[in-house]
Write a protein that binds this ligand. Structure first.
Ligand code: ARG
Length: 513
């Protein structure tokens, strides 16, 4: 506003904007105006007395009062005092804020961040561990997007590896097309667990599994078609969970995509003299850095988790030219990423600095690690469904006449699960407890939603009060509304002593939903 005012004043006096800008000041008392132009400095320049100059400015500004958003302009003893129209000013600021993304700083500046999260493993269930990476990753995506980053959401599906060799063996030995079609991913999981139990006694099973995986790596048609089929079944299940969570991805390029890039990677590493042979396998020696060797290809020549990840870094850099690439996975993968990032550094790529592992703590069930190998797992879908059911029960109990019960139950139930995950510091281990995750009291998602809904209803009531006051020509409607609002506000103010001494202990309240 100041700038616009200066421009107009400069025109009135026939001077330059900057000559006005340096003189304009804020009066010591706001009763004298929001801005003041002392006109003594112009007197010599214009050969006029200051009071006359002030009056000239006043006249000129008066004509543009609306355009400039001013309430009043006064000429007082050689000063021109300017009063800003508070209403217009507020409106202007709010509009500006809204336009500028509600005041969020756009620190991202359109820089690209690749985010690798969720990334569940094909033919295994989507369990609570994957729920954590999914929810934390998605929250980081939203946070970065708000700040003006361009985010590429990548689901690095675990769709390649020896486990598929095991699955093919297990399928051929203990299952059938009909069973898999009937029971879906659960059948795949069951036979996978069976394989792991049996292999203790029948070590030859592992050789068979390895053979099948090598066949897959060499493009064997039968192996690939079984694998493809298992993959389709799995994705259908994953998408059900993503739909419930309202989450989507920009890329589903998983591990299988990179297997074909590993031979070229091997060549590149050889050229850079980084590859050594160790018991028939190809590895990068990292002993100088106190890190175990990073395996690139196994004895049988097949690719491995590490090499597929290194190939993925190179591919992503080329395709997205990221400024940062985040990996949201469990803490137990820290060594893996240390090896991968070190490999990129040794290859001479400076962008190893842009690779960030964002680890999170373990989820355990009553102190026990969750593992697909033993079947000790909690499925994400079950948690979400159970949460919705519990929210439904609560609605039935407290507000049975609610219109859109189903939708509300979904929002509250799923919101509770997501918030529980986000409220815990990501690095901390979580002991999974149904009671805690689905509790609707205290520091929970439903508490946040409840407060939001209340705030919204204040706005709705306000709008209604004003229109019904107009309909009945009855200002008392607004006056009464204001008294109610004051009473609500004072209740809030009492419970939440925001302005009291900082060290005064705040009473901890347990908010009941
Ligand atoms: N599929 C892996 C798992 O379930 C996570 C993959 C993480 N991303 C990556 N680029 N390695 O543990």
């Amino acid at each position: 506003m100041k700038e616009e005012i200066c421009k107009v004043v400069a025109e009135i006096l026939g001077l330059s904007d900057s000559e006005i800008t340096i003189l304009i000041e804020t009066p010591p008392d706001s009763k004298m105006g929001d801005m003041a132009i002392p006109c003594f400095g112009f007197a010599n320049l214009l050969h006029k007395n200051p009071a006359l100059i002030a009056t000239e400015i006043k006249k000129g500004l008066d004509q543009k009062k609306n355009q400039l958003g001013l309430d009043e302009v006064l000429s007082v003893n050689g000063y021109c005092n300017i009063f800003v129209n508070r209403m217009l000013f507020t409106e202007k600021v709010l509009k500006q804020v809204a336009k500028e993304n509600l005041g969020f700083e756009k620190i991202g500046n359109n820089k690209t961040v690749c985010m690798d999260y969720s990334s569940p493993n094909i033919a295994k269930n989507f369990h609570v561990g994957h729920l954590r990476t999914t929810v934390i990753g998605n929250a980081l995506y939203k946070i970065h997007e708000k700040l003006g980053y361009k985010v590429v959401r990548i689901n690095h599906l675990g769709d390649w590896g020896t486990q598929f060799g095991k699955l093919i063996v297990a399928y051929k030995k203990w299952s059938s097309k009909e069973e898999v079609e009937k029971k879906g991913i659960q059948e795949l999981l069951d036979i996978y667990v069976k394989f792991n139990n049996e292999r203790e006694e029948h070590p030859e099973l592992m050789d068979e599994a390895r053979d099948w995986f090598v066949k897959m790596e060499h493009g064997d048609e039968e192996a690939l078609s079984i694998w493809e089929w298992f993959k389709d079944i799995s994705i259908v299940e994953f998408e059900r969970v993503y739909d419930m969570l309202g989450i989507s991805f920009d890329s589903y390029t998983g591990e299988s995509f990179y297997r074909e890039k590993v031979p070229a990677l091997v060549e590149l590493l050889k050229e850079k003299k980084l590859l050594i042979e160790s018991q028939g396998a190809n590895v990068i020696d990292l002993s100088d850095y106190n890190i175990p060797p990073c395996m690139i290809t196994k004895k049988d020549g097949s690719s491995i988790y590490h090499s597929r990840d290194i190939a993925a870094v190179l591919y992503r850099k080329e395709k997205y030219n990221f400024d940062k690439c985040l990996y949201v996975t469990g803490l137990e993968q820290s060594l893996h990423f240390k090896q991968v990032f070190k490999a990129i550094e040794l290859m001479g790529y400076d962008f190893y600095k842009e690779l960030v592992h964002v680890p999170y703590g373990l989820v355990s069930l009553d102190g026990e690690k969750l593992s697909t190998r033993t079947g000790n797992i909690i499925y994400a879908e079950d948690i979400l469904k159970e949460a919705i059911k519990r929210a439904e029960d609560l609605i039935e109990e407290k507000n049975p006449a609610l219109d859109n019960k189903e939708e509300v139950a979904k929002q509250v139930g799923i919101g509770a699960v997501i918030f529980h995950d986000l409220f815990n510091q990501r690095i901390k281990n979580i002991n999974f407890s149904w009671k805690e995750v689905l509790s609707f009291d205290g520091t929970t998602g439903p508490y946040v939603q409840y407060t939001y809904a209340r705030a919204k209803s204040v706005l709705r009531k306000y709008e209604k009060a004003v229109s019904s006051a107009a309909e009945s020509y009855e200002p008392s409607v607004v006056a009464r509304y204001l008294i109610n609002l004051c009473s609500d506000f004072n209740k809030f103010y009492q419970e939440c002593p925001i302005l009291k001494e900082k060290n005064e202990k705040k009473k901890k309240k347990n908010y009941n939903w």
